[in-house]
Design a protein around this ligand. Sequence first.
Ligand SMILES: Cc1cc2nc3c(=O)[nH]c(=O)nc-3n(C[C@H](O)[C@H](O)[C@H](O)COP(=O)(O)OP(=O)(O)OC[C@H]3O[C@@H](n4cnc5c(N)ncnc54)[C@H](O)[C@@H]3O)c2cc1C
Length: 461
Amino acid sequence: MTLTNNPEPAALDADVIVIGAGISGSSAAKALHDQGKKVIIVEANDRIGGRTWTEPGDVPGGPIDYGGMFIGETHTQLIELGTSLGLEMTPSGKPGDDTYVVLGDLLRAPDEQLDTGLAFVPEFLASLEALDKLADSVGWNQPWAAPDAAVLDSKTVGTWLTETVESPEARQLHTLIVNAILGAHPDEVSLLYWAYYVSECEGIESLLGTRDGAQWAWWIGGAAQVSWRIADAIGRDNVLLDWPVSRIEQNSSGVTVFSSERSLSARHVIIAMSPLAANQIGFEPPLPPARTQLQAGARMGRYYKLQVRYTTPFWVEQGYSGAIMDTDDYGTFILDGTKPTDSLATLIGFVGGSSYDRWAAHSAEERQSAFIELLVKAFGPEAKAPSYFHETNWTTQEWAKGGPVTYMPPGVLAHFGAALRDSVGRIHFAGTEASFQWSGYMEGGVRAGQKAAAAILENFA
Ligand SMILES: Cc1cc2nc3c(=O)[nH]c(=O)nc-3n(C[C@H](O)[C@H](O)[C@H](O)COP(=O)(O)OP(=O)(O)OC[C@H]3O[C@@H](n4cnc5c(N)ncnc54)[C@H](O)[C@@H]3O)c2cc1C
């Protein structure tokens, strides 16, 4: 193994270089900094936060999150970290009836429950239970070693739906769920990966919860504050923006990280990003084949996050929670995103996977009108006059490479999944995808970052 730079310890720029100023890299950097290690974060983007992206400034109504936002009830590490940084939470769930738009029918669901007298509902609920059972059989620890892992990984979620769910309405709802949670259509996603994802996020009910589970609370002031405050704590001079890493070289004593003509050296490096983003980096010596295949095979969802603000939360006055599961139109999952500190009321739309494709085929103006039309259909004519509309297209974000999360097509997790969390010499992998649980969420980012830092600290040399 050769290194163009083979620096002596005294000449190193840092003990550890962290690549990526998202919540995972930031969490890793804080854990190392707290133990007296010299850390430098390098970030390709011109902002800190990665898939958390808060606009604090002049947005009408108050700060707004273009990316990750909801804190789950059991997101213990995130809650502990954010609270220790002085952030405050506010509950996100809103009382009132949920709304479903399913194959032409507009349905109202009090207490979050669809009417079980509707023909498709029992089958839909039974299919969610079947999914949970499958998730339990796969587990979150080592899904690649689960019984039937290879068989499950040879199938898509779409095939499973065709084989096990008869009613078109129930299938449409599942399709919306997978599109909204992973940013990919069921036909694209490995059944093993989906079962693993449901398991590591504590079950489908937890993933879908709109008042509890994964969507339980928010940080007042926005989610990216976690990374901003960590950057302040470790020193903004130690966070280098516009620093896209193109190559990493390692030898037995250290690592050197390159960006254009620049380089930095350290004892260890943490790569805190999705496998797909990491796949843009060259390695000398090359990574083991399983890690290379994993990075080449894992994909990112495609996603729009839409946000519309109104002077009043008129839907609340009509007894609605603001939650809409729309399998028709463009296929959108909508939630009320109004914080008590906001001066305007917010509805947030999540459009992923095949819904994203349908949406992307239209102009920005057409998309905005279609979204407003859907809100008019659900909540009446008051929805016609928003004060603010914003669309974030995560698929065109150069360094995120998509959103909201990683998904895997068949043939990746069973064969190469074991490489997801393993270090390669002095190269350590964080990023939410490397977490055992809540991978895909901010919580997973924190856990994976802290785990990578702990592994380095345990045996620092
Ligand atoms: C629209 C949307 C909604 C979401 N909603 C929620 C939610 O409500 N709750 C929740 O918990 N999670 C949510 N998520 C997911 C959550 O935001 C992510 O899981 C989490 O932020 C991932 O953090 P990370 O640090 O692992 O990765 P990232 O945030 O992706 O950070 C990786 C960083 O690495 C940088 N980078 C990439 N390549 C390079 C390179 N070559 N050199 C240097 N830097 C590089 C990137 O710019 C980025 O800053 C959402 C995500 C999106 C997009």
